[in-house]
Design a protein around this ligand. Sequence first.
Ligand code: CP
Length: 311
Amino acid sequence: MTWNRSHLLDLQSLSVAELTAILDTARAFKAINERSIKRVPPLRGKTVVNLFVEPSTRTRISFELAALRLSADVINFSAEASSLKKGETLRDTVRNLESLNADIIILRHGASGAPHYLARFARAHIINAGDGAHEHPTQGLLDTFTIRERKGRVAGLNVTILGDILYSRVARSNIWALLKLGANVTLCGPPTLVPKVFERFGCRVIWDLQEALKDADVVNLLRIQHERQRVTMFPSLGEYTALFGLNQARMKWVKPDALIMHPGPINRGVELEGDIADGAQSVILEQVTNGLAVRMAVLFLVNGGKAAELN
Ligand code: CP
């Protein structure tokens, strides 16, 4: 197994072997999560801090549960109720957390590069739980894990990512993981949100929804990231839904065995009709389940865990 990093900051810099090491380790943790006794000891005596400066449901809760399953002590830092509100810097906040012996700090922050900044001075292991529009590595990993588990492979699959690509850290992490593992990635949405410059990543960019859907083995839908848009990128949500929303009528363009994915939170009736989100092709809640195993794997590996310990 190839994993020697003490932080997880992005997927862009990971090798195929490193990506595969995380996915394989997550498979072992998924099996542990299906046992009646789910708690294992690798992080006993360690302290994990969830430092979320932006809102989260899935990522924060699954990191908390992942750390508890690994027997760590967990602190959930509430930014709103913290001294960040009084002007304390992120650096001073982290220095103070380290003085309380934080071993692993999981950071979600609105500024791209914030986890990389922490990693330059922190003694603790740093895990990126989403930085601005840059990356959301554990989401990219859990999406890739779900595809690999459901389809048996990633290489050669056609994956369409549909929606607000420009402002999406989920899109970027998916793009890096999927391309490295040999998938064909198509990006689709309004031209203002899916600029041609993404072709430089190695993706196909098309603005015709039917064309983007017809050969897809996986359709991953993204929410409009209003919180990051500084200017109006399309006339109205109604127009977005009319042109790019996935509804039952458009499902006839989608292969019957294609997976419907969404990182959450879903804006039902905007990018995705509710009955498709809840339908037979949807793996959206499986993504959440797999996120727990992936986050256990990441915590385990950055703390120096070795796969042999899981046998
Ligand atoms: N997918 C995701 O990051 O969801 P949360 O914002 O709820 O963590």
